[in-house]
Design a protein around this ligand. Sequence first.
Ligand code: 5GP
Ligand code: MN
Length: 316
Amino acid sequence: MIWPELDALLEKHSSFLISSHRGLDGDCIGSQLAMYWYLTSIGKRAVVYNHDPLPTKFGFLTNAGVFSTERPGDRFDVLVVLDCSNPSRLGWERLSDMSDTIVNIDHHRDNALFGALNIVKKDGAATGQILYDYFAYKKLSYPPHVAESLYAAIMTDTGAFRFSNTSGVILRMCADLCDRGADSALIYDKVYASFSSNGLLLQSKIWSTLAFYHNGEICSMEMPYALIKDLGATYGDSEGMADFTIMGGGVEVGMLIKYNDKETHFSLRSKGRVDVGKIAASIEGGGGHSSAAGCTMTIPFAEAKAKMLAIIEKAL
Ligand code: 5GP
Ligand code: MN
């Protein structure tokens, strides 16, 4: 049982830096907020620092103001890394300048076990699920806003309960979070159904790049990063677009390709026949789950796209 070890470590120390992967998503955000609440509730000092800013659509969450992109100048007893398979995905470096002790809590199967304490549940649907289990083990009674954070974490990593990682356990967990005060309709609306007109315009531009390859088994969409700024949209407005790439009949693998002059990032999706986690992991720094994964190639867009198409075609 790993919980007593986590308990001991959290009890022993007094200052904690909480961080997660670049391109913040609902699970990493909700998990960081739940951890922030827990640590401060037991009298610890906690700071939340991430390379990237909080997407505006998550601004409704209580304590959203604790997210900072400014690297703290001081050291912490413990660095708590949540929902992040590898330190390189944090997007910031010299971790040892910030703390000597890392606690790594995650659910990615390619987690590099980089912590002094690693709590990695590879079959977990979300990091929020792991924290829910920890709070249940502690028999904690927590306020509605913490239930809301955990619900948002689990809802987003299950694609609003439509991915195959949605189980009875997950649904019962989320039912309990609703009983504890999470407002499921409000959270869905804020996360999935509230866009600025500029955000919708961005999506329409991404849709207009829709293309099919390999007898319709591969689908792609594209987004130059510069488009976000040009349209006055935000990065978060493109979130979820990758999921549309596998919705076409006959499509096995989908990809949303985001790029600038220097690098090309792939958000990969699979219907099941191809393990896109393996494809992503074959590129340095890449990884993820079998049905949703990502990687970055440090080569220009056209070259990178041709290379990825060849890799996927080989896998099909
Ligand atoms: P998304 O396409 O939604 O950004 O990410 C899908 C999944 O792949 C998530 O679990 C995410 O953590 C993982 N992922 C996305 N990009 C990368 C990457 O560059 N490297 C690694 N290791 N995982 C990634
Ligand atoms: Mn996650």
